[in-house]
Design a protein. Structure first.
Length: 281
């Protein structure tokens, strides 16, 4: 491992679908030519929609698989640089994002994962982030966006930490893939650090904000079953009460939403046995 990392040690791992040109990269890097960065693109696509690169710095893997966690895992397995940044195709990077990431790892050599800040397109911080850098506790991972995560590649590969392919967009349970990835890092005794620097812009609304949607309730209850076992039934009741109290759903929707939550719990029990899912992965 080098004594100090350079920006050339950073690789950006972009998950995308059905791309045939690089217009999305031009949007992501409006301040500089995208090919000046090390980029690995996982393009989940069909055989007649292949993306190809003429730039040695921009590598592409066209995959017929579907699912965000599968895309993330394929990218991690093929990462070629010391530090990697998790990315989606709908973000915009700040002009000095790469220098901030490298500076954070050089100042914190024991960190395996560093969590940065996101700015919304309305020029506000995405969350109420801590004011100072700090080691994160395992209970502080819920709101971490995947595009805020930079990773020391060797630490993750050596410990065989992966995204759980039962969770995330396009999977059976379309939520919480970042949470379970970071939780696995904690379980493997890896240091996860928050660093108060903004590196990326993202719309203020994400799919995770749809707290009352069937998809969200189904996936969230599956996650509760994975984490808390039989207590997930109590947490389902509390979540339905929360939706009512905050007026996300009406009283006439209670039964329907409760049944959806039960299905998430029961389906996770079935899938976890089939795929030998572990509590901390």
């Amino acid at each position: 491992m080098p004594d100090r990392y350079q920006t050339s040690d950073l690789e950006i791992l972009i998950s995308t679908q059905n791309q045939t040109d690089f217009s999305f990269l031009e949007r992501m890097f409006p301040f500089a030519p995208y090919h000046q960065f090390n980029i690995l693109i996982i393009n989940q696509t069909k055989s007649d929609q292949i993306l190809m690169s003429d730039f040695p710095t921009v590598r592409i893997l066209n995959s017929k698989e579907t699912g965000l966690s599968k895309s993330r895992n394929l990218a991690l397995a093929n990462a070629s640089k010391n530090i990697v940044l998790i990315a989606d195709d709908d973000v915009i990077y700040t002009a000095d994002f790469d220098a901030k990431i490298i500076d954070a790892f050089n100042k914190n050599p024991n960190a395996s994962v560093i969590h940065f800040q996101t700015q919304t397109t309305e020029n506000k911080l995405f969350w109420n982030y801590p004011k100072n850098y700090k080691k994160l506790h395992i209970n502080q991972l819920t709101n971490v966006l995947s595009v805020e995560i930079a990773i020391k590649t060797a630490d993750i590969k050596k410990s065989k930490i992966r995204f759980n392919e039962l969770f995330g967009l396009g999977a059976q349970f379309e939520d919480a893939e970042s949470f379970f990835f970071l939780r696995a890092a904690f379980h493997k005794k890896k240091e996860v650090l928050f660093y108060p620097e903004t590196i990326v812009m993202h719309p203020s609304f994400t799919s995770s904000d749809e707290v009352e949607s069937d998809r969200k309730i189904y996936a969230k209850m599956a996650g509760f079953q994975k984490r808390f076992g039989r207590f997930s039934y109590i947490l389902l009741c509390k979540y339905i009460f929360f939706l009512i109290r905050k007026r996300f759903i009406s009283f006439k929707e209670i039964k329907t939403k409760f049944i959806i939550g039960l299905k998430g719990i029961n389906d996770y029990q079935i899938f976890s046995k089939e795929f030998t899912d572990q509590k901390y992965d």
